[in-house]
Each structure stands twice: as C-alpha cells, then as structure tokens.
Design a protein around this ligand. Structure first.
Ligand code: ZN
Length: 448
C-alpha cells in the first residue's frame, strides 16, 4: 500500500508540466530588467554589482552564497542546494552562466542598451539574450526547486561567472584551476544551442542541445619585405605577398571533413543529419559542417594615416579559424601553410581552445530536457548539435563532465541575429519557456 501511495505521489510530482504562474511571470520580467540594467560590459567586465544582485536574491530565499574574486572586479559566485537524500545518487548538476556582456555602441542602438525597454513582449538591452536571459531562467528554476521542496538525489549548483566574453581565463577556467573540488559536477548546463523553426532545417522545429564545439585557432600571418618608394614597385612588397597568399588560402575548397571522433561512432554532424535530414542553408549550418576561416583584420602601411607613397616592410593579417572536432592544431596549421603556398609567410598562433571533447547524449539529464521540450512541442525534433562558437563547456568536458549547452526555447531568427549586435533583445515568453524546461528537467532528473 505504501509503495502504491509513493508511486502515486511520485507520478503526481514528476512528468507534469509546470505552468508558470502570474507571480513567476512577473518575477522573470522584473529580474531580467534589473539584471540587464547592471552594466557588465567586458572590457572592463566588472561583475561586482551583478554578483551582489544575484547574491541578494539567493540569500533572501535562505540559500547561502560563496563568493570569489579571481582578479579585481572579477567576481564569481556560486550557490548550492544540497541533496535531500544521503548518500546522494551522484555528483552535482551545475547551472552555469556568465554575467559579463560584450560592449554596446550606444550610437548604433535605438534604445539605451543598459536601460531595458519592453516592447511587444520583447525585452531589449545588452545581455538580454547573451546570456542574462538564460541566467534568469536558470535562477528561477533553481529557486523553484527550493520553494517547491523538490526531493533531490544530488546537489544542484548555480554558478555565475565573469570573463566569458574575453576567453574565460578568470571565470570558469579559474574556478576549474583553483576550486574544482568545490564544484566537481557530473553535469553542466550552459549556453550553446536553442530551439528554432528554420535555422537548422527548413520549416522544421528543431531544438539543438550542444554536446561539442569547434576548436578555436586564432592565427596571425606576417609577411616581411623591403620598404621603398611607391613610385617603383618591387617583388619584395610584403603587401603583395600577403594578398596573393590570402587569395590562395581563401579561394581553396573547404578543408576535408574531419574523421569521426571514434571509429565506429557517428560524429555529431552525422547524428544531427540523421535527426533533422537536410540542413537549412545559412551561415550557422555552413559553419558546423566544415572548418572555417574568417579573415578579420589587416595591418600594414607606414604612419597613421598610412603614407600612400611608401611601401612598408611588414604586412600582417588576423585569421579566426574554427576547426571541426577530430582535427588537431598541428594538422590545421599544416593545412593553412599548404593553402597559403608561401613558406616565407610566418604563421603565429595567437590563441587556441582545448581540443573539443564530445559529450554523450545518452544520459538522464539530456533525456529529461528532451522530454520537457516535447511535452510542449510534440512535433519538435530534439538533437545533439555541434556549435561553431566557443563556450565554457569546453573547459569542463575534458574532465569527464557531461556538458550540455541549450537555451531551451524557440528563438526567432531576429533574436538569434541580435546577439552581440546593436539591438540585442529576447522574448520574455521564451525566457519563461526556458525556465519551465529547466525546472522540469531538473526535477525529473533529481528524483532518480
Ligand atoms: Zn554567451
């Protein structure tokens, strides 16, 4: 009898959608407005006020907060809801978001980027999408676990960090290097994927949960030559040498696809294709199907402004390369050198991210995120995806952590395009949807 009662109780707690009450709807709008109003532009990336804001909310609910400062103004906070059973069934689930945002060029914005404006259900402001909206969705889900006394078979940690927008050395990577034992999660929920009706495949609702990302390889090319008078061209002009080599590099056909991560296992791309069929044609799907090169800057000339009649002795260019998992830095450097076709051009490595590790999607938390999405959208295709940009998840995965990147809500194309742009905005309905999905996925993972 007791077993039956427990089973009934269990079923009534889990597997049910959590309708957002008016109170939480209002709370999400209020918290996101207040959070976006705190200017955390990076540089300088000071998160002191944002961390104090989040700390105040958590402490008011009786949740203790631990604070670190990795450098002056680079404040990290984390809060922990302990398991309600002993011993716990597993290691913690870490909800991770970055507090810093990219700078905003006020002259290009129609609204003040740090005075949130709400219009037709959208909230406009720097960081509303990347990633304070997701931060608020995670925070509200975290608070609901506490408020609703959800039984927990493992700890849940909420962590907010600085420095992500400039590489993360003083944020997640600093915590991993200095305080890993305090986190030691089994799972990380981070930014990365999202839901869309057209971005991944034409006219198909797809929710992408990122399980891997491309490797960042930033390169500086340097051509040296002999300075001289512009009136008498020579074949030792470094500009000519660099431009010709870049033309060869950029006109080459895409690099051959990387080999599968492990023999016999499909790559993330193959898993995606199996789930969604033919990809939509756009810059996102293009970027995840091949290693890419963006020529982002040139530097040349003598003087400022550069003299038009002087041939300089040095010309440089910057390449932002994003490399598919399975290709190493050395393989990629060799490929770039081969395509440049000029051994006199020096290739300098500016920065590289860790070699990407692919997280398996065969795990309870992934399945519960998928279930919570499908409860709302039975027609949705939920798929593991590879993302073209870098996130903090890449620093956790080499430690065996299952890191999933997703803002689990439908995002219109204009919202996706507004990230880092002039006029960043997010639909408040999608932040509510994300909060619901996070809450349900956590609740239903924590009972096991
Ligand atoms: Zn971000």
């Amino acid at each position: 009898m007791k077993t039956i009662l427990l089973a009934v109780l269990f079923l009534s707690i889990v597997l049910t959608p959590w309708p957002v009450r008016a109170q939480e709807q209002e709370e999400i709008t209020r918290l996101l407005s207040q959070y976006v109003a705190i200017d955390t532009s990076n540089p300088p990336g000071d998160t002191t006020k944002a961390a104090a804001f989040l700390t105040g909310i958590l402490e008011k609910e009786g949740i203790p907060v631990t604070r670190y400062e990795s450098a002056p103004g680079k404040v990290i906070i984390y809060a922990r809801l302990p398991a309600t059973v002993s011993p716990p069934a597993g290691k913690a689930i870490l909800l991770l978001h970055h507090m810093d945002v990219v700078p905003a060029d006020r002259t290009q914005w129609k609204t003040d980027p740090f005075v949130p404006a709400i219009q037709d259900g959208d909230l406009w402001g720097r960081g509303s999408m990347d990633m304070k909206g997701q931060g608020v969705a995670q925070l509200v889900a975290f608070l609901m676990l506490k408020r609703q006394h959800v039984p927990r078979t493992r700890d849940v940690i909420l962590m907010a960090e600085p420095d992500e927008e400039v590489g993360g050395a003083l944020g997640a990577r600093w915590m991993i290097a200095n305080h890993y034992a305090e986190l030691d999660p089994e799972y990380v929920l981070d930014e990365g994927g999202f839901g869309s009706t057209d971005l991944f495949a034409p006219n198909t609702m797809v929710y992408g949960i990122s399980v891997a990302e491309k490797k960042i390889v930033w390169l500086k090319l340097r051509a040296e030559g002999v300075a001289g008078h512009g009136s008498q061209p020579t074949d030792t002009n470094p500009n000519d040498r660099l431009v010709k080599a870049l033309a060869r590099l950029l006109s080459a056909t895409p690099a051959p696809a990387a080999p599968p991560a492990r023999s016999g296992e499909p790559s993330v791309l193959e898993m995606m294709q199996a789930k969604v069929g033919a990809f939509a044609k756009n810059k996102f799907t293009n970027a995840i199907q091949q290693s890419t090169i963006s020529l982002t800057w040139f530097r040349s000339g003598v003087g400022d402004p550069p003299k038009i009649n002087v041939i300089p002795s040095v010309a440089e260019a910057g390449l932002d390369c994003r490399v598919l998992p399975g290709t190493t830095k050395d393989q990629w450097l060799a490929e770039v050198a081969r395509r440049l076709g000029d051994p006199r051009i020096r290739i300098e490595l500016i920065n590289e991210s860790d070699d990407p590790v692919v997280t398996s999607h065969d795990a309870p938390l992934y399945r519960q995120i998928e279930a919570a999405i499908k409860r709302r959208h039975p027609e949705a295709v939920v798929t593991p995806i590879l993302i073209p940009y870098g996130t903090d998840s890449n620093a956790f995965r080499p430690r065996g952590v299952k890191a999933y990147g997703v803002f689990p809500a439908l995002l219109p194309a204009d919202v996706v395009a507004s990230m880092h742009g002039d006029g960043e905005h997010v639909s408040l309905a999608s932040v509510r949807e994300a909060a619901q999905v996070f809450f349900e996925a956590l609740r239903d993972t924590l009972v096991r």
